[in-house]
Design a protein around this ligand. Structure first.
Ligand code: SAM
Length: 281
């Protein structure tokens, strides 16, 4: 039997929460299983058009600078960018004096990467879940590895993290930047407004259970992508299993947090992205 409200007043009616079908304007996520691996090709033209050579505003203002700061690449160091797309992280790597190799499953995105950054970077086709079998990659040869808004497109997590550990030198680091798994779960979280308390709140419908989530499609986009939701503990524990010890974690606000015109003060408190860095011991 349901409990009556303690104060005998009817429960407050809350404004219908807005669903996050897509994590803000954040980059789209990938597809499932085998179909997923071939699946970014149909999205390539749309993704490149939306991103341009230098990335979306989320890349330029948040994801790329945060990834660069976590990686802290030094002159001459080598980076393996896993799920590199069309290579939005190339300029940041080269500006730091680093050497860039991008690996991705989508031939079309790689082709766009070579067009955008021709001589400056190496682009290799391969499956992030089978890096050990990818021609052109060698074990224990990279100073740093990166999953820039790609880890939630890649499944299974275990194989992708195992591959990163395989590619890294001892003492190397891996950085993961993703939409925040605790607060920005596509279709399973959203903003709402509590009329009684006059505040905007974040609603989370589910969190602990890993979940493949088909993403909303946009006009001009062919193909559907799937985002793989996992709780944060899955990331930390999988990294740990492969000898990758987390030494830094960043919870990154949306740039709307600093926008005086924003009508949502909760943007300051609820992060958009999560950044993790782990060191190979
Ligand atoms: C949202 S895009 C991000 C691309 C790039 N890192 C960026 O920030 O622009 C996700 C990328 O993951 C790649 N991807 C998905 N599954 C993959 C897999 N199993 N192996 C390699 N790349 C994969 C897709 O092809 C796509 O380029």
């Amino acid at each position: 039997m349901s409990q009556p409200p303690r104060n005998n007043r009817p429960p407050r009616r809350l404004a219908a929460p807005r669903q996050d079908r897509q994590p803000e304007d954040a980059p789209r996520q990938g597809r499932e299983g085998r179909a997923q691996r071939a699946g970014w090709d149909p999205l390539a033209g749309w993704y490149d058009g939306w991103m341009g050579k230098d990335g979306s505003k989320h890349h330029k203002r948040l994801a790329v600078p945060q990834a660069a700061s976590l990686l802290d690449l030094q002159e001459g160091e080598s980076l393996l960018d896993i799920g590199c797309g069309q290579g939005v992280f190339v300029p940041s790597t080269l500006n730091a004096g680093g050497r860039y190799t991008g690996v991705d499953v989508s031939p079309k995105l790689l082709e766009l990467g070579r067009e955008h950054h021709s001589k400056d970077a190496a682009f290799i086709q391969g499956d992030a879940c089978k890096l050990e079998l990818t021609r052109g990659l060698t074990q224990h040869s990279y100073d740093a590895a990166l999953f820039l808004l790609s880890i939630q497109d890649i499944n299974p997590l275990d194989s992708a993290i195992r591959g990163a550990a395989w590619a890294l030198k001892k003492g190397g680091r891996v950085v993961l930047v993703m939409t925040h798994p605790a607060f920005r779960i596509p279709r399973q979280s959203g903003w709402g407004f509590d009329e009684g308390r006059k505040l905007t709140y974040r609603r989370i419908d589910r969190y602990l259970t890993p979940l493949p989530i088909p993403m909303k499609t946009y006009q001009g986009q062919e193909g559907v992508s799937i985002s793989f939701h996992r709780p944060i503990s899955d990331y930390i524990n999988t990294l740990g299993e492969y000898g990758l010890m987390v030494d830094a974690m960043r919870e990154i606000q949306s740039f709307k947090a600093d926008d005086p015109a924003s009508d949502n003060p909760a943007e300051k408190e609820i992060p958009l992205f999560l950044g993790l860095r782990a060191i190979k011991v």
